[in-house]
Ligand binder design. Structure first.
Ligand code: CA
Length: 228
């Protein structure tokens, strides 16, 4: 059965584009162009995931989410304007599962939808969920351990978090902003180049000693871990 998605977005162009891409991927899509309609549709139920813009007429997205959470734990991904850190913090505080910064790459949105749906369905066992294998690399997120060719690698907490986010989004380019939010927290206000520093550290431990090139730089965009 098709996964049902509700898009609550007043910018017609974004709503339409997202709808087309999601339909192309086999999702069943409904749309609402204001907060009040979106809330009513969401409360009626029947959706597997909701994409919720924050700046909406009638009721804003945060208010929609706050009210919806009284009766529903459906996964919600917030669509936020670029660099509005407060929106991200408030969204996550109000019970959003994730957020995507506009303008977003459709691949990133699709990946986040998959992750949210998977988290929500909890269909995998804890053991399956915690082991990620990627070529010669093996990560156990429960045991906080990483090996390359079976050799244990020492990573700091943030290096580990960075690598785990890249691995969970393999072959998808993640922006520095996205990585920064995930690794340092959505309320991090320091230098954004800390991500470059962590990437350098992780590469020096998992790539360079083994002559590998798993973590790659996408100039002007961010980073990706890629099957070679
Ligand atoms: Ca809007």
């Amino acid at each position: 059965m098709a996964v049902r998605v509700l898009i609550v977005e007043d910018e017609e162009q974004i709503a339409r584009f997202t709808e087309l891409e999601l339909k192309h991927e086999g999702y069943e899509v409904s749309k609402a162009a204001d907060g009040r309609t979106g809330l009513a549709m969401a409360e009626e139920g029947g959706f597997d995931i909701i994409l919720l813009d924050i700046m909406l007429p009638e009721l804003n997205g945060l208010e929609v989410l706050r009210r919806l959470r009284k009766s529903s734990d459906v996964p919600v991904i917030m669509l936020t304007a670029r660099d509005s850190v407060m929106d991200k913090v408030s969204g996550l505080d109000s019970g959003a599962d994730d957020y995507v910064t506009k303008p977003f790459a459709i691949e990133e949105l699709l990946a986040r939808i998959r992750v949210s749906l998977k988290k929500h369905s909890g269909s995998k066992t804890a053991e399956e969920e915690s082991v990620i294998t990627f070529g010669p690399l093996k990560m156990n997120t429960a045991a906080y351990s990483v090996t390359v060719n079976g050799e244990p690698i020492e990573l700091s907490k943030r290096e580990f978090d960075l690598l785990s986010i890249l691995l969970k989004n393999r072959n998808i380019v993640l922006s520095r902003d996205t990585l920064l939010g995930k690794v340092c927290g959505y309320d991090y206000f320091g230098e954004t180049n800390v991500i470059d520093v962590y990437v350098r550290h992780v590469r020096s431990k998992i790539d360079e000693p083994y002559g590998l090139n798993m973590i790659q730089t996408v100039r002007g965009v961010g980073y990706v871990i890629k099957d070679e």
